[in-house]
Design a protein around this ligand. Sequence first.
Ligand SMILES: NC(=O)c1ccc[n+]([C@@H]2O[C@H](COP(=O)([O-])OP(=O)(O)OC[C@H]3O[C@@H](n4cnc5c(N)ncnc54)[C@H](O)[C@@H]3O)[C@@H](O)[C@H]2O)c1
Length: 448
Amino acid sequence: MTDPIAKTLDETGPASRRDFIKGSSMLLAGGAIPASMPRSNLTKSGGEPIRVGLIGCGVRGTAIALQALNPLHGDVRLVAVGDVFEDRLQQAMRALRSGPNRDRVEVDPQRRFVGLDAYRKVIESDVELLILAAPPGFRPFHFAATIAAGKHVFAEKPIATDAPGVRQFLATCQEATDRKLAVAVGLQRRHEPAYQATIAKLQEGAIGRINFCRAYWNQGASWSRPRAKQQTELEYQLRNWGYFNWLSGDHIVEQHVHNLDVINWLLGGHPERAQGVGGRQVRTGAEFGQVYDHHTVEFTYRSGVKLLSMCRQMPNCWNAVGEFAHGSEGWADIAAGKIFDLDNQLIWEADPVRRGHAGELESLFAALRSGIFPNEGLYAAESTMTAIMGRMATYSGKEVTWSRCLNSSLSLADVSALRTLHDAAPCQPDADGQYEVLQPDAEVSNIL
Ligand SMILES: NC(=O)c1ccc[n+]([C@@H]2O[C@H](COP(=O)([O-])OP(=O)(O)OC[C@H]3O[C@@H](n4cnc5c(N)ncnc54)[C@H](O)[C@@H]3O)[C@@H](O)[C@H]2O)c1
């Protein structure tokens, strides 16, 4: 039976989905905020402090916290932090205390929480906005707890690693809307003026009818951390989360979601079908967990437009991170902000200045200070689900449909049941220490 929330995303007409997304992107573009948008319960003038908490004190969480404290956002204070590991928390605290806005770091020792329940203690601290930057497998669970406690959210992408997680995230987004809480998601290309201008040009018809798109995240090797003595299996997986599907969703979900999101944005919705190839060619050892090292997927959108998507983590190969659109009158390098005619002559170029991650937080704080609550959750869920659908296609070797993937009941882990690092890890190695890597002839019920 179709889950009612999945049904919403599945059957939301393109028009209402576009309206929903347009509401958020107007804020991102710094445009006038429509009076009809719901008002936030956190309306603060530039002078009043906004109290922020951080869950997941890793590389990205620390960087977001540092950026949040920029005086451009008015008075923002970091007041509570939590991580499953003490060393990661201390590392983040050192970076925050030596950062340019260290006077805004007000994290007393009693508001530094360690362990699998640290998220709850940060939420219960006197915070108004939570940064959720633990591995994505925890995102739907941490997000639900944060919204239930009535706090605004900046959540890193992707927002889940399996379809039940996407559906849980969507249900919580609805609750956030009902409770007038902001939901921002770290798909920063949506906040980049060059991307916004290029997508707008393409949607106005700059290359005629769009027939075909391409999206890439091909890079070299990724980081891993060696197994330490005395480490439990769960601790090992949490420290190497990128290699375990329950935590990362595979790199097609964890990284390539950015590029798939750009194409969904351009085409105004999600694909209907996908089929693809993928596997582990170079990263075959147990230290690489269960994820593939390459995926190539052909997605088909409702309009018939095809998207060729490719992602790879392999050293000494052709690397590319970006998105392209091909139309009846030209083509575009979207990441470069360049549009060409059919003779490959440049006909339009976006302002070359790139803002990186700055825009996403600027628009969130500007919205909160204006009493507006943006909700970027629908498009983030749609793009995360697109990436999961791509993984389901390469893992199964079959053609898969949006409806079947979105309604999949296959849950990769019950993270709410994890209490201590001695609990059994959701993915177990075999007697030789190898993890199960799904092969394209596997039972489809193991995949979706
Ligand atoms: N938007 C972007 O450009 C961008 C870039 C990098 C990473 N990210 C995203 O940010 C997130 C974090 O990535 P990262 O690179 O910082 O990884 P990281 O490994 O550096 O940080 C993750 C942190 O979460 C902690 N953690 C693990 N489980 C936890 C739990 N249950 N509760 C609390 N803390 C927990 C880890 O100990 C670690 O400190 C991921 O979702 C990733 O996809 C986004």
